[in-house]
Write a protein that binds this ligand. Sequence first.
Ligand SMILES: Nc1nc2c(ncn2[C@@H]2O[C@H](COP(=O)(O)OP(=O)(O)OP(=O)(O)O)[C@@H](O)[C@H]2O)c(=O)[nH]1
Ligand SMILES: [Mg+2]
Length: 521
Amino acid sequence: MSREAGLRFKLSKKLKIASGRSENYKEENKRVEGPRNNDRKGKFKPMSFDRKKKRIFAEQEVGGEVTSSGYAKVANRKGLSSKGWNRMKDDIYTEKHKKSPRSIRVSSRTESSTSEAKYSHKFKDTVKSARPSNRAKAEDVDNFEIEKNNKKSHRSTWTSSKTDNSTSETRHSSRKRKETIESARESNRTKAKDVDGMDFGGTGSSKKHAKSTSDSSKRLDLNQKKFPDVSPSKSAKKKVQGKRGLDDDSEVLDEQPKKSKRVIRIDPHDISNKRLDDGIVIYESAKEKKKDLEKQTEISKNAQFRAIQPSPSILSFVEDNIFRNKLTFFAAAKASSSFPPPDLPEIAFAGRSNVGKSSLLNALTRQWGVARTSDKPGLTQTINFFNLGPKHCLVDLPGYGFAYAKEEVKDAWEELVKEYVSTRVALKRVCLLIDTKWGMKPRDHELIDLMERSQTKYQIVLTKTDMVFPIDLARRAMLIEENLKRNKSLVQPVMMVSSKSGAGIRSLRAALSKIARFAKI
Ligand SMILES: Nc1nc2c(ncn2[C@@H]2O[C@H](COP(=O)(O)OP(=O)(O)OP(=O)(O)O)[C@@H](O)[C@H]2O)c(=O)[nH]1
Ligand SMILES: [Mg+2]
């Protein structure tokens, strides 16, 4: 063996002597230490005192339970030294015989954690077997048990005491309430008396009751002083109503004062009603006057409106009544000798062949077919006269220029038109029709020159506007105006129409109506 081993052996011997362990303990030590020593292969390692102490305490606390034999359950306990074992034994002994406060602490823990089953006899015995110093605590525990039993009724003695206090309070409050009710009743009675004692008919009974000592009556008196206008019956009523809310005594209801009849005196000198009547009469008369005025104003307004004389310029845009008249053919002339008498103002339609003269005449009068039309130029070969109503005359002239006719015939038509335009007294306006697509031609300029010379009023009318673009129509109108701006017999503006679409027809009607109305023959 080495030197170290020898030292260890000596040390262990010394320790054994110091501890002085019993034979029984030796056996146990063998049982416990045996495997440990085996694990360590027979090597014994001394432990420090602090470590041992810690271990013992750990066992006590972690294990928690103390067996009846006094040994703690040490299933997972590790090997201890002989000193440690002795200490543990001593502790167990003290626990067994003395039941130290620590054990009570443990029992109290179990008490708190476990259910009612832990308040069994076993627990009682342990508590009773505890030290006399801890008897007080045991008594507390007993008290606790008693309280627990009492819990079914009051949950605890503490709570019961509380309830006792509360009951005493409630009693006190009930007493108070009773007192207040009684006082209220008394006050109500006194009020009723006061109400009865009020001076309705000037009796002196009110004075006796007014001296009542209750505060409520005093308040009532004060209110009476404050509001003297309020009728006593009303106030009494109110008070009685209030009483109903407070108390349900039937006596008070019986003591209600009788209602005094209110006498309304009518002053004969009072003129308030008279004023009212007069006011009504005045109001009615005012109403009638107002109605009359309104009627008068209405009449005057109508008269004023009818008296208005519209200006010719406005009428030109409004009236086209002459073209509502019936268009009727009444004469055709191949020579000036066969013209009808110039009894009516005439409006003539001149222009190249196929420009749309006959079509425009029909469009203006909305009487399609009166003047014959054809897609072949040269259909109209005579001067045709049409009556438009009793006062006006429309004249459809033969065309010039290209036509399906002999040149001699065409020349005769042109000469007849020139004679008519230049010599006809009844002629008020010549509408010179120009095809918008083709514009003015030399023969048109010849006729314009003739009219200028004869001072026949003429107006340029661009036809078939539906066949061209609007911009071209505008350009054509501008060009014509520019060319004819120095002509004196020309009537502005240049009219633009389409017998097919009806565009510009209304404007032309307006312009021609004006001529017909103010024309004098
Ligand atoms: N698209 C279009 N066609 C038109 C318009 N006015 C007339 N016409 C056509 O042009 C053709 C000639 O029309 P008329 O009214 O007979 O012409 P006119 O000037 O009387 O001819 P003549 O009697 O031969 O001198 C007809 O086929 C019409 O349908 C128009 O505004 N637009
Ligand atoms: Mg024609």
